[in-house]
Design a binder for this molecule. Structure first.
Ligand code: SF4
Length: 364
């Protein structure tokens, strides 16, 4: 198949769903890692096509959702400083910090700008040498190459007024955390295709072997997702736990080696807090010492910011596949996309926003 609409072909979707029905004999709980997959499942009603034995739970692969509150509060503090141009992808502007969001900082006079690439932020820094220009570098492995490139480029071009506020997280360590938690229900993973396009899937076989779970690299179109589910269910029914690639048109085992080399040049592993989940050892990337001068946390005095997360929001349990958004008492009541209490209701990839948009009948 060559074109995207072929992966939405209704006949092929029905055929694949029927094959899942024929294959399954008992209950299985699968987690789609990526929020983009969650939205595709809700948008196309794929969960309605599955047999009742298959339960899909929604994983932590939404970068906006897992950026910890303390990084949001640090971003707000830096963005409010005079002489700072704070740059970010647009979806971070509405993420609630402890008291406000970046839109509010902008409304009060902060110079907060949306950019489409961190390289644009480097250009803004070159054009404004008398200002400090900060880029909010969040995300999984997918955004890491561009963020690494911006830092490498700022160093190579000698742009001293550019820095990055980093909140990078990694998928394999999150899978370890989910699978080793006492409340874990996940028996198989649909791995995030775009993360694997960068990183490959060479890191996954030890995880599949250690926890005895199938891991299927899966894309984002309806047929991709159903094929990923079918592949995982076939393994579970056969008592297997392998890594398989159901997204071969975009992913190889090795991944994008030049992108990985750039990441390794600029970043190193570090412990990282995940919003609602807490600290996961070695689950993040931080700047290597030779790039430390570009770390906004070193440049601005924000190290003491360490807020408590509000107890009302149970997004952490949702992101680990323990509960579903409609089981949150605030879902659709105190918490809506217009007045979000947590990041999973803000982000386009957030599970709570997906349920609010595509499953309004579940609002109690
Ligand atoms: S519905 Fe709102 S409060 Fe509840 S978990 Fe989702 S984001 Fe948090």
């Amino acid at each position: 198949m060559k074109y995207i609409d072929e992966y939405r072909n209704a006949e092929l979707v029905k055929k694949t769903a029927a094959e899942i029905h024929r294959t399954v004999t008992r209950p299985w709980t699968l987690m789609e890692i990526c929020g983009g997959q969650t939205h595709a499942i809700m948008h196309f009603g794929l969960d309605q096509l599955l047999p009742p034995e298959i339960v899909l739970v929604h994983g932590p692969g939404c970068p906006v959702c897992v950026t910890p509150l303390e990084q949001i509060d640090k971003a707000l503090a830096i963005a409010a400083m005079p002489n700072v141009i704070f740059t970010s992808y647009g979806d971070m502007l509405r993420v609630p910090g402890s008291d406000q969001d970046l839109f509010a900082v902008r409304a009060m006079g902060g110079d907060v700008r949306v950019v489409y690439s961190p390289l644009d932020a480097v250009k803004i820094a070159q054009q404004n040498p008398d200002k400090e220009v900060v880029f909010f570098a969040i995300g999984f492995e997918t955004t890491a190459p561009a963020n690494a490139m911006s830092v490498a480029q700022a160093k190579a071009l000698g742009v001293p007024n550019f820095s990055v506020l980093i909140s990078h997280v990694r998928v394999p360590q999150a899978m370890h955390a989910i699978l080793s938690a006492p409340h874990n229900q996940v028996q198989g993973f649909l791995a995030a295709g775009h993360v694997c396009a960068v990183m490959g899937f060479w890191e996954y076989p030890p995880i599949a072997a250690q926890y005895d779970v199938p891991i299927v690299v899966t894309g984002f179109e309806p047929l991709d997702i159903l094929q990923g589910i079918l592949t995982a269910v076939r393994q579970l029914e056969a008592g297997e736990a392998k890594v398989e690639n159901a997204y071969a048109r975009a992913v190889t085992r090795e991944g994008n080696l030049p992108a990985q080399a750039l990441i390794n040049q600029v970043f190193m592993e570090c412990d990282r807090k995940w919003r609602g989940i807490g600290m996961i050892p070695e689950s993040g990337w931080c700047l290597r010492p030779e790039y430390a001068a570009f770390d906004a946390e070193n440049r601005f005095d924000v190290g003491q910011i360490n807020p408590e997360e509000p107890s009302q929001c149970i997004a952490g349990m949702i992101l680990q596949g323990v509960t579903k958004p409609n089981e949150c008492p605030a879902f659709g009541k105190e918490c809506t996309p217009e007045h979000p209490l947590g990041a999973t209701m803000v982000s386009n990839e957030g599970a709570c926003a997906a349920y609010y948009r595509y499953k309004p009948d579940l609002i109690g």
